[in-house]
Design a protein around this ligand. Sequence first.
Ligand SMILES: [Mg+2]
Length: 221
Amino acid sequence: MSIMIFFDVNGTLIARDERTDIPYAEAVDELIGRENTMKGINTSARSDHDVLLEVLRRFGVAYSEYLWKKFLKIYEEKLESYRETDVWRPNADALEYLDYLRLRQVQLGLISGELKIGARYKLEKLGIWKYFPVGGFGEDGLRRFDIAENALKKAELHFGTRFQRVYIIGDTVQDIRTARHLGAKVVSITTGSNSRSELLLLKPDHLIDRFAELMGEDAPF
Ligand SMILES: [Mg+2]
């Protein structure tokens, strides 16, 4: 059976806390020329592009292609400056789980609202970027559903097949909704921005606290 597994990044592969988004927040501050411009903005499960548009509206700054290119340049500089720090750390036992999956007959990809360059810096820091040959990112759509549709199309092209089963593994209710939208199964992990009870309400196919729960005898893949 051909199985495709899409991982979310923040709160799933990467531990999510106030430090995770520092490079992005600093880049937005520098672009707008003010401090704490991201304060109070909910970034969970949203595309980086969508978040930037909201901050620009808040400060009455008109969006343009020029501004976007300028932002990308600043953001890359910030990512580079944080490369050797510990702002990006693995979530729970994510690294052990990826080691386990490498020995299984499954294909791996990403679905994230993060811009591709941000995801690359974060996952390279953890040494796991190389395991994800395809993905949908913040530049593939403003909304999670669009990003996911693009990710699946890219994966089908890349692996040259239509998958018999698709899974999404993520920490938010939005990951569950996205899986339903794609007709995929979903594993919810309780390490991110939604609580166990919030996740349970949407009835994920699997609900876990640690990836080890997917490595036992009843492992789904
Ligand atoms: Mg997440």
